[in-house]
Ligand binder design. Structure first.
Ligand code: ADP
Ligand code: G6P
Length: 489
């Protein structure tokens, strides 16, 4: 077995499902923030990615993708149900997103989750060379850091949570809260999107484990774990160069024409997920149409909602409700050849997404809770000038960074309606000021800055992993990588 000095462990491999007939593989760029973010930084770095290829049953043999080796982990039907659809996406996902859907606690799922986490840890241990860095990703694999440390104490282990970490009172609902916390704290560095998450974990570590916890480190019995906020970003340069391609520019012009220029175009792009606030925004738009404050002759909405986790009941129910509502709105307010909403339940390739972003006058991003929301950042990066408005939920991690967006509380439908109207009618000079500031921010805080910040901090963590509070090294005064964690408060 070939080994690597950098190993990424994430539930999903970034592989295109429909591998080409000649056996060639392409990056999957699956609809989801994690694969997109890591894709950008692993393209040119020799590394191994341990993950699941999304199919049920035996793992396929996968060729390398550029400098990246792929080490598949197979999931059978029971594991897919108990680990992926069950504990990861029906217990942890809703609980970590403020329980906007009630989390399901099923005792059988836990055993499967633990067994699958063990298999990921074993696979990582197998492909990591001595002293390698292993970077574990997201809530699916929260037990892997501790399991891996037992198997391979020589490794430098990082963990990054792409989703929010909940407030202690929600986390405390988890029947297996102690194991989950200990599992994650098996890492040398635990990274989050927002500082509040590190604070929540420190509180839980003192309450549940009797550890001494601060917002940047937690002292366990035998080791110290560093923690911190590292807001994830996008490959800004890639999105800019995509946006400058003649195909994208022409496609954007064509879309504008097809949508009925000079109408105002409202755009939303989401995985079809109940955390994204799609129903709240449809309610706001529908009421604006009802009240006559928006008319189909001068406004159109485009809602891209790519299918996601379709075997999970809550996702199927959401899709049915959204499709019914879109049908109702078009039935009541649309005109022949002039729908109020274009609804697209399909994946798009990157170039077509970039063209859509360029077409929009107002990008509407209204999650009820979101770790980051990379769609908001992609929209800003795809703009070729300082036009366009971003309406952004306060409950997306991105809101702490994109302060010049039109920020909104999506639960407040009246406030959302007013903000949509404000964004649609804002003066070009106001829009230009806001967009220029957001574009500038992203130029500096791109995905490469994120990876460098995280990996530099991880390497410092190794130097101080044996330090303890009692040995004179305060957990608050550890070496800093000399750079802030993305400038978010
Ligand atoms: P999440 O990680 O919860 O899905 P993000 O907004 O952070 O939310 O990331 C979503 C990612 O999925 C973005 O990179 C976006 O471009 C991509 N995406 C969303 N919709 C589609 C689609 N219809 N086709 C292809 N990619 C999509
Ligand atoms: C979010 C999660 C990722 C996940 C992605 C897509 O971004 O944080 O871990 O990969 O959604 O979800 P899926 O279930 O299709 O992998």
């Amino acid at each position: 077995m070939r080994q690597s000095s950098l190993v990424v462990v994430a539930n999903r491999l970034p592989l295109d499902d429909s591998a080409a007939p000649d056996g060639a593989c392409e990056w999957r760029r699956s609809p989801g923030g994690l694969a997109g973010a890591l894709h950008a930084i692993l393209q040119q770095t020799p590394a191994t990615w341990v993950g699941w290829d999304g199919t049920v049953g035996e793992a396929r043999t996968l060729p390398d993708v550029g400098t990246l080796r792929l080490r598949p982990v197979a999931l059978d039907e029971d594991e897919t149900r108990g680990y992926y659809e069950g504990f990861a996406n029906s217990t942890l996902w809703p609980l970590y997103h403020d329980a906007v859907e009630p989390p399901v606690f099923d005792r059988g799922w836990w055993e499967t989750y633990r067994a699958v986490n063990r298999r990921f840890a074993e696979a990582a241990a197998e492909v990591a060379e001595p002293g390698a860095t292993v970077w574990v990703q997201d809530y699916h694999l929260q037990l892997v850091p501790q399991l891996l440390r037992k198997l391979r104490p020589d490794l430098l282990i990082g963990f990054f949570l792409h989703v929010p970490f909940p407030p202690p009172e929600l986390f405390m609902q988890l029947p297996r809260r102690v194991e989950l916390l200990r599992g994650m704290l098996g890492a040398d560095l635990v990274g989050f999107q927002r500082p509040q998450a590190a604070h929540n974990v420190a509180q839980l570590a003192s309450k549940l484990l009797g550890a001494e916890g601060a917002d940047d480190a937690i002292a366990l019995e035998d080791r110290v774990v560093r923690t911190g906020a590292f807001p994830v970003s996008i490959d800004v340069a890639e999105m800019r160069s995509l946006s400058a391609r003649p195909y994208v520019i022409n496609q954007a012009k064509k879309l504008r024409h097809d949508l009925g220029s000079p109408k105002k175009v409202l755009l939303s792009v989401d995985r079809l997920d109940y955390t994204k606030g799609i129903e709240h925004r449809l309610t706001a738009y529908s009421e604006l149409l009802r009240d006559g404050r928006v008319k189909v002759r001068d406004t159109v909405m485009v809602q891209v909602a790519v299918p996601s986790r379709e075997r999970v009941e809550t996702y199927r129910g959401l899709r049915d409700r959204i499709e019914r509502e879109v049908g109702r709105i078009n039935g009541e307010y649309g005109r022949v050849g002039e729908p109020a909403i274009h609804y697209l339940n399909q994946p798009f390739d990157r170039a077509d997404l970039a063209a859509l972003y360029q077409t929009a006058d107002v990008m509407v991003v209204t999650p009820l809770r979101d770790g980051m929301n990379l769609v908001a950042k992609e929209f800003v990066a795809a703009r070729r000038d300082d036009s366009g408005a971003l309406v952004l939920s306060e409950f997306a991690g991105a809101a702490a960074e994109l302060e010049d967006a039109f920020q909104v509380n999506p639960h407040d439908v009246d406030g959302l309606k007013e903000t949509l109207l404000h964004a649609m009618s804002a003066a070009p000079a106001d829009l230009a000021r806001r967009m220029a500031a957001m574009r500038h921010y992203l130029t500096v805080h791109d995905i490469h800055a994120w990876a460098q910040d995280y990996l530099t901090t991880l390497s410092f963590s190794s130097q101080s992993r044996t330090a303890s509070i009692g040995s004179g090294s305060s957990i608050r005064s550890w070496p800093s990588p000399g750079k802030s964690n993305g400038a978010a408060p």
